[in-house]
Design a protein around this ligand. Structure first.
Ligand SMILES: [Zn+2]
Ligand SMILES: [Zn+2]
Length: 112
């Protein structure tokens, strides 16, 4: 995406500041733009609604992961609902690790 400054016609550059993305110009002009992250969040939000709240979207700056809510017994507090997600494995022959996090006490554990 290429945009030019309406003030001086110079090329605007993307910059990130406190979680927001701006198009900024040397002359001081800047405008906030919607980041791709926001777009992805919205897409996930729609899916989330469709799946009746069984997905938990975790955002960490630009990284977005989707956790699935599942019925799982927490070994720490005994709560019966946990988030679950799988780790990314580097090679195909490594078994993937499934993580669980209690929605109540946030205790995290994993199963192989
Ligand atoms: Zn300018
Ligand atoms: Zn717990």
């Amino acid at each position: 995406m290429v945009e030019f400054c309406p003030e001086c016609s110079n090329l605007l550059r993307k910059k990130r500041e406190s979680g927001k993305t701006y198009l900024a110009c040397k002359c001081g002009y800047q405008k906030e733009i919607e980041t791709d992250t926001d777009q992805i969040k919205k897409t996930i939000q729609n899916k989330k609604d469709a799946l009746d709240n069984n997905l938990i979207v975790v955002t960490d700056d630009d990284k977005i992961s989707i956790h699935l809510k599942t019925a799982k017994f927490c070994p720490k507090c005994g709560h019966k609902e946990a988030e679950t997600w799988q780790s990314q494995t580097r090679s195909a022959d490594e078994p993937s690790t499934t993580f669980f996090r209690c929605v109540k006490c946030k205790y995290t554990w994993r199963e192989y």
